[in-house]
Write a protein that binds this ligand. Structure first.
Ligand SMILES: [Zn+2]
Length: 297
C-alpha cells in the first residue's frame, strides 16, 4: 500500500501546483503526508481513492462510505482566507468529516485545466471531438498543447442544433441540460470547448475561427454581446457536466501510475451530480401554461 506522500507526489507531477493561477488554491487541503525522511512520522497510507468535481458534504460522506483514504476534487474547498474550520460551518463540517475518517483531500483546479491532458481534453473526448490545439496556449509549452480550452474538429460536419443535441446526449445528465444561442441550422465543423466558466474566452474562440463554442456559466451580457459580434454558435452546458469527464480521465491516469508502481490502488469516480441546479422548467411546458392546481396565478 503506497504512502499518501507517494501518491500526492504523482498527482503533483500530473498537475504541478506551480501551474495554477495565482488566485487559485490547489494542493493538499487535509491529510497526513508525514515528514519526508523521518521514520517516526511516516504519514498515512492509501489503497482507495475517489475522484469528484466538488468537495461538498455528500462527496465527503461518499468517500467515507467507500473506505477511501484520499479524495481528489477539481474545485477547491477554501479559495479565500480562512480563519477556522469549526464543524458548524459547511466547509468546516467537510474538513471534520474527512479528518475524523482518515480521508485526505487534494485539489487540482486551474493546474488541471491547463494540463496536457487537461479538463478540456476530457470534455472534448466525451463529446467525440478531435483536439487540434489549445484555445489559449500556455506560452511556456513549446508544443502548444497545454493551456486553457481546446480547439477541436468534428469527424463529419453537422449543424449547431445537432451538435448541441450531441452534447445533451453525451455529457452526464443534469437538470440544466444544454442551452443554445445561434441558428440551429448553421453548419458546424470546428468547435472550441472549455470546461467550467468560459465566458472570458469569446475573443479567443472568435480568433480561432471556430463555428461554435461549448462551455458553461454563460451570462446574459457576455453571451448577448458575443452573438451580436459574430455568428459564433454558443452551447452552454452545466458547469459540473463539463468538468466531470476530467474525473474519469484523471482516475485512468492514476490507475496507470498505480499499475506502473505495483500499488494496486482502487480508484473510483463519484457519479453523484453536484451541480447546484436541481430542476429545470422550460417556459413552454404545458404544466405551466395550463395552470395546475397549487400553481401561482
Ligand atoms: Zn469548475
Amino acid at each position: 500500500m503506497p504512502r499518501l506522500s507517494e501518491v500526492l507526489a504523482e498527482l503533483n507531477a500530473l498537475w504541478p501546483p506551480s501551474r495554477a493561477e495565482e488566485w487559485d488554491a490547489v494542493g493538499t487541503v487535509c491529510g497526513d503526508p508525514g515528514r519526508p525522511g523521518d521514520p517516526a512520522l511516516p504519514g498515512a497510507s492509501v489503497d482507495r481513492v475517489l475522484f469528484a468535481v466538488d468537495p461538498v458534504q455528500e462527496i465527503a460522506e461518499e468517500a467515507v462510505a467507500l473506505g477511501a483514504q484520499l479524495l481528489v476534487t477539481h474545485h477547491p474547498l477554501y479559495l479565500r482566507g480562512t480563519h477556522g474550520v469549526a464543524a458548524d460551518t459547511f466547509k468546516g463540517r467537510v474538513v471534520h468529516t474527512l479528518i475524523e475518517h482518515g480521508v485526505a483531500l487534494h485539489v487540482a483546479h486551474t493546474n488541471a485545466d491547463t494540463a496536457d491532458p487537461g479538463v478540456s481534453d476530457a470534455l472534448a473526448g466525451a463529446l467525440g471531438l478531435r483536439v487540434l490545439r489549445s484555445l489559449v496556449p500556455d506560452p511556456t509549452d513549446p508544443d502548444g498543447r497545454r493551456g486553457l480550452g481546446r480547439v477541436c474538429e468534428l469527424d463529419a460536419p453537422t449543424t449547431l442544433g445537432h451538435f448541441a443535441a450531441r452534447a445533451a446526449h453525451r455529457l452526464p445528465a443534469t437538470a440544466q441540460g444544454i442551452r443554445l444561442a445561434g441558428d440551429q441550422d448553421a453548419p458546424v465543423r470546428t468547435v472550441a470547448v472549455s470546461g467550467g466558466s468560459g465566458d472570458g474566452l469569446f475573443a479567443a474562440a472568435r480568433e480561432a475561427g471556430v463555428d461554435a463554442f461549448l462551455t458553461a456559466d454563460l451570462r446574459h451580457h457576455p453571451a448577448s454581446e458575443a452573438t451580436q459580434h459574430s455568428p459564433l454558435g454558443l452551447v452552454d452546458a452545466a458547469h459540473w457536466a463539463t468538468e466531470w469527464p476530467w474525473c474519469e480521465q484523471a482516475a485512468a491516469q492514476l490507475d496507470e501510475i498505480s499499475d506502473r508502481n505495483g500499488w494496486d490502488l482502487r480508484v473510483h469516480v463519484s457519479k453523484t451530480v453536484t451541480d447546484p441546479w436541481s430542476s429545470h422548467f422550460a417556459s413552454s411546458t404545458p404544466a405551466l401554461t395550463t395552470n395546475p392546481p397549487g400553481a401561482p396565478n
